[in-house]
Design a protein around this ligand. Structure first.
Ligand SMILES: Cc1cc2nc3c(=O)[nH]c(=O)nc-3n(C[C@H](O)[C@H](O)[C@H](O)COP(=O)(O)OP(=O)(O)OC[C@H]3O[C@@H](n4cnc5c(N)ncnc54)[C@H](O)[C@@H]3O)c2cc1C
Length: 393
């Protein structure tokens, strides 16, 4: 339980530094931690009726309203953990083990959108085609996968979900290296994880959700019903952009902290790794064009990072942190896809190889060019949103 302790003047300390952490049990214990049989003044106010994740319970609690007077009067008894004002630090620890524990939570949230995708490739049943004026059904059965636009939606889902899975596995390897590598390698893995964690959390949260939305679209009207599980996947995965730090907070963590920390060393390390993949691509004739595109994207992200901070005002730089996060994420995913494609290119012919190379090409042709629009508002420190007065909404 996070709560503030009033000062001697009866006022609550301002800001997050005034928050303290408490254990507030439902049943009271004595000094030897034995249950005394008394209820604490904690009452269930009701259930949250959630958009998704309906299999888990999420409740509202009332504290100290007198429903179960504790030791004779209204008021819940709580036990302070640590010192007053340390609540957020203890809840979201920033000690040397803390950020990684929190990081694991964020990787978990990012990973949350992934396992549901492969089933989305189950094809909806074939339906009879209709004639040109809507009369029908006519003789030949036409399967929806034969339409180029349906293939576009399937390929988008494949590129988002398999790309995100490859990113999560890359991060998992970095976590291993951080714990088992030699001192230098472990430190490199730590710093790369610092920069990649906001992406590993936010990118799958946003784009695998878009994949779920496209899966509904592919199914047409059936996608909007409960006949297929795709609407549930969308509802469940909608949470991922909210919990473990919202999208907006991840974006500010990336542009406000992670790309600046240790004089930008994390960003430089990531650029080195991306450049190593580009270098490999330049030696493979079919891949050089994608290496070049990735090199340009990386340069654009670097220039936008500088431009965002050119005035030195955090409010100006961070006003467009989310478009920055999106462009940074798409650049990281283009790198991941190029790496996957280089491995696929060297492998023998197979449907999986063709699919991976196709998904990489889709990502470079349809997705990576989006970063231009996202980075333009970042570089210009565009104030369209920040400057609009509240009453104009
Ligand atoms: C189903 C469910 C389960 C949960 N389970 C847990 C749990 O087990 N434990 C737990 O501790 N928490 C849990 N949470 C809480 C969850 O972590 C928070 O809802 C989440 O962190 C967002 O915080 P908030 O709801 O206070 O939104 P707010 O912080 O009020 O955010 C509202 C909007 O404002 C934006 N915003 C907020 N501050 C800023 C800023 N400074 N700059 C720019 N934009 C900003 C946000 O990005 C967001 O878009 C759960 C939430 C849900 C829905």
């Amino acid at each position: 339980m996070l709560a503030k302790i009033p000062g001697p003047d009866g006022k609550l300390p301002p800001g997050v530094k005034g928050i303290s952490l408490f254990v507030v049990p439902k049943k009271l214990v004595d000094a030897d931690a034995k249950l005394t049989g008394e209820r604490n003044d904690v009452a269930l106010a009701g259930l949250n009726h959630k958009c998704g994740w309906r299999g888990t319970t999420n409740t509202l609690l009332n504290f100290g309203e007198g429903k179960f007077p504790a030791r004779g009067s209204a008021g819940a008894i709580g036990y302070l953990v640590g010192q007053p004002g340390e609540g957020l630090r203890l809840h979201v620890p920033h000690d040397e083990r803390g950020p990684h524990r929190r990081g694991h939570g964020r990787h978990h949230a990012g990973h949350g959108g992934l396992p549901r995708q492969p089933r989305l490739r189950e094809e909806p049943p074939a339906r009879p085609a209709r004639g040109p004026r809507g009369e029908g059904p006519i003789e030949t059965a036409e399967r929806i996968i034969e339409h180029a636009d349906v293939k576009r939606m399937l390929l988008a889902q494949k590129s988002y979900c398999e790309g995100a899975l490859a990113l999560e596995l890359y991060c998992a390897r970095l976590v291993d290296e951080q714990h088992t590598g030699a001192e230098d390698a472990a430190d490199e893995a730590r710093l790369l994880l610092e920069v990649l964690t906001p992406i590993a959390k936010s990118w799958p949260s946003e784009w695998c959700l878009e994949a779920n939305s496209l899966a509904i679209q592919v199914h047409g009207g059936y996608g909007y019903t409960r006949d297929f599980p795709v609407e549930q996947y969308w509802r469940d995965n909608r949470l991922n952009m909210i919990h473990e730090g919202t999208h907006g907070i991840q974006a500010m963590d990336l542009l406000g902290r992670k790309v600046l920390m240790e004089n930008g060393r994390g960003l430089q390390l990531l650029a080195q790794r991306i450049n190593a993949t580009i270098e490999r691509a330049m030696h493979v004739p079919d891949m050089a064009v994608y290496g070049n595109a990735l090199g340009q994207a990386l340069a654009q992200v670097g220039a936008a990072t500088k431009a965002a901070w050119a005035s030195g005002h955090p409010a100006e730089a961070l006003a467009n942190a989310v478009p920055y996060l999106q462009a940074f994420g798409h650049t990281v995913l283009a790198w991941i896809w190029l790496d996957v494609a280089l491995a696929a290119h060297a492998a023998p012919e197979s449907a999986a190889r063709t699919g991976r190379l196709g998904a990489m090409r889709f990502f470079f042709h349809y997705e990576l060019p989006k970063i231009g629009a996202w980075l333009a508002v970042v570089s210009q420190r565009d104030a369209t949103c920040a400057a609009l007065p509240e009453e104009a909404f």
